[in-house]
Design a protein around this ligand. Sequence first.
Ligand code: E4P
Length: 216
Amino acid sequence: MQIFIDSADVLEIRRAAETGNCDGVTTNPSLIMKAGRDYNETLKEICSIVKGPVSAETVSLDADGMVKEGITFSKIAKNIVVKVPMTVEGMKACQMLTKKGIKVNVTLCFSANQALLTAKSGAFIVSPFVGRLDDAGEVGMDLIKDIKLIYDNYKFKTKILVASVRNTNHVLEAAKIGADIATVPYSVFEQLFKHSLTDVGIKKFLEDWEKVQKKK
Ligand code: E4P
């Protein structure tokens, strides 16, 4: 499973990339607001750090507007993927952009039927939001299971990207189900590397190593 960073913070993205475990980046208007920088400039910098797909989100509500924004984003770098929302207009834009050879990530997916339409519209990526479903009292990961089943049934090529990840358990569950990608906040990315017993183990090995040195 690929791991993307869900961030527009260039420092975080750089740190994640340095680990060799960051396969791509997803951004959205809220993340850009948090980063407080010009969107296109930030995307350009992110694309120079990460070779994998970098999602850039459109804000138009009509298909023509999304396509126009998408074409502009696609000129920033080869690895840009254009994000459109899961709406009727978003599906039209997805088909139009895909025909032009521009990869599309359909975002704000909250149901398996939405994911079905996304795949039928030729999207490169579908982004189901598990955390927001959990917040609403549903079980977000059940949606991932359903989408995986449907996509396998019909051999759809659209990649399942688990979005709105809140914790490492979401990542684990996504991998067990066989999702293609999980996009995670940097805080969750850092936690993926950690286990308290690893720290305890290192401490013990170092203590014993010192004892060996002293005996020499
Ligand atoms: C995905 O592409 C979205 O940017 C993201 O995962 C949204 O997560 P949130 O629910 O934490 O805002």
